[in-house]
Design a protein around this ligand. Structure first.
Ligand code: BES
Ligand code: MN
Ligand code: MN
Length: 457
């Protein structure tokens, strides 16, 4: 282990410079104007793999953005680790809230500021550097395969087909992903649960044109008012979601599991302070940690319509829109929830407006066992590098490919992430601690050593 640390100290600056180069490529998957940059990020990865002494690194075009596959197979006796990550990033806007430009990485206070610094370029690149460390130390404890996509932030539309078409190529003993958070830099944790997602868009249409709000207001149903009433009725006074059947498949945690969650280090007043909110609010009967991880949610992500320009225009708008997401927990299924939402939302509408509902991409929730060679290897690796046993945690975000890989490849994923919830992923001023980047590389290298050990047992 000392050797790994020494190598990291010697090569730290270059490891940072390489990551900065990666971060300078604006690989925004959602925005077609950046299509060439997204591909450039994939090609950049292929070049880095070629420097690593890997057997092969291939770019697979898809109808969307390319998938990068790389592997080094040393021996059928060694366990095979399949590493998944994504090289695409979220759009950086609102741009004016960034202290330094999102694609010009800058270090401030020991943290790397850039879009993708944590989600997921920084966390993904740790895996390539861990391979370099092991390679230079003359040791590849496991066979490794990498599958890296450029469409995670837009729903991983092509990864399932790719996985089905390359089942043998992707066969492995365990999948390793670093795209989640840990509790704190002095409190390592491993993610054992993620929520799923159903994402809806609704449109409410009233009169055939925008109307004078004095001439017609009060007599004609206003689509924005109607939409607001419908949305407001989706939760009751206890903040429970009112869609019939919504909770039908929700798995409740046992008292023991809830007690374990309550023992997790969590400071409610620091949480509020960090977010600048005077209080928290959510489903009655559940703690903040539970509300943000093991309970399903419904949130409006965007709402628009009518006049939003300068000054006051007196208008009764013809149309109103909203984007509404629901985070799902085991054993909810996104397709079923989307159908329940659609049926209920249409029923809610007043007869004076027309309501359309469309479904965007979704994803299934996932729970991961702590009783597997992969989890044990990760827990031991974290113990080695942090000097503390990691806490298994459930997180609120979604990585739909975890359930997909389980279904198609029959493989368990280990979610060993090194971000912090305060890293502002998807927000302005996203960052990733240099401590986290280096600790991640060290822990991943240890994971491969520990995984080889688990397999020998
Ligand atoms: N890495 C995140 C998911 C995440 C973040 C999990 C923090 C746990 C902790 C991932 O890139 C992401 O943003 N996923 C999307 C889902 C996707 C279907 C667009 C999400 O959670 O909104
Ligand atoms: Mn991610
Ligand atoms: Mn993300």
């Amino acid at each position: 282990m000392e050797e790994i640390r020494q190598y990291l100290v010697q090569h730290k600056d270059r490891f940072l410079q390489e990551l900065f180069e990666f971060l300078r490529i604006p690989s925004i998957s959602a925005d077609s104007r950046y299509k060439a940059d997204v591909t450039r990020a994939a090609e950049w990865l292929i070049q880095r793999f070629e420097e690593l002494g890997i057997d092969r690194a291939t770019l697979y075009p898809t109808p969307g953005h390319p998938i990068v596959y790389a592997e080094r197979i040393l021996s059928p006796d060694k366990p095979t680790v399949l590493i998944y990550g994504h090289y695409d990033v979220q759009p950086p806007d609102p741009l004016d809230l960034w202290k330094s430009p999102p694609f010009e990485p800058e270090v401030r206070d020991g943290k790397i500021y850039a879009r993708g610094a944590c989600d997921d370029k920084g966390q993904l690149y740790m895996h390539l550097k861990a391979m370099e460390v092991l390679h230079q130390l003359g040791e590849w404890p496991c066979n490794v395969k990498f599958v890296i996509e450029g469409e995670e932030e837009v729903g991983s539309n092509n990864l399932e087909d790719f996985t089905r078409a390359h089942k043998d190529m992707l066969s492995a003993d365990v999948i390793l992903v670093s795209d989640t958070s840990m509790i704190a830099n002095d409190t390592p944790s491993i993610t054992v649960g993620l929520r799923g997602l159903a994402y809806m868009e609704v449109a409410v249409t009233g009169p055939n044109r925008d109307l004078h709000s004095g001439v017609y207001g009060g007599a004609v149903e206003n689509p924005i008012n109607a939409l607001c009433e419908m949305i407001a009725s989706l939760k009751d006074e206890n903040n429970r979601i009112t869609i019939p059947g919504f909770y039908e498949d929700v798995v409740e945690l046992s008292e023991a599991e809830r007690a374990a969650m309550a023992r997790q280090p969590f400071n409610e007043s620091e949480y509020r302070k960090e977010l600048g909110i005077p209080c928290t609010r959510g489903e009655m009967g559940y703690s903040t940690l539970e509300r943000a991880s093991i309970r399903p949610t419904l949130d409006v992500n965007g709402i628009w319509g009518g006049y939003t320009g300068e000054g006051a225009k007196t208008v009764l708008p013809a149309k109103a829109f909203a984007k509404i997401s629901m985070r799902l927990v085991p054993n909810q299924r996104s397709e079923k929830i989307a159908a329940l939402f659609t049926e209920h939302f249409k029923k809610l509408a007043s007869p004076c407006v027309k309501v359309e509902v469309t479904t965007h991409h979704g994803g299934e929730p996932a729970v991961v066992s702590t009783d597997s060679p992969g989890y044990r290897a990760a827990a031991k690796a974290m113990q080695d590098t942090f000097g503390k046993e990691p806490i298994p945690t459930r997180e609120g975000g979604s990585i739909p490919i975890v359930a997909m890989f389980k279904e198609v490849l029959g493989l368990e994923t280990v979610l060993m992430g090194f971000g912090l919830n305060s890293d502002a992923i998807h927000s302005p001023n996203e960052h990733f601690g240099i401590f986290n980047y280096l600790k991640g590389i060290e822990t991943i290298a240890r994971f491969h050593q520990r995984m080889a050990g688990e397999a020998r047992q």
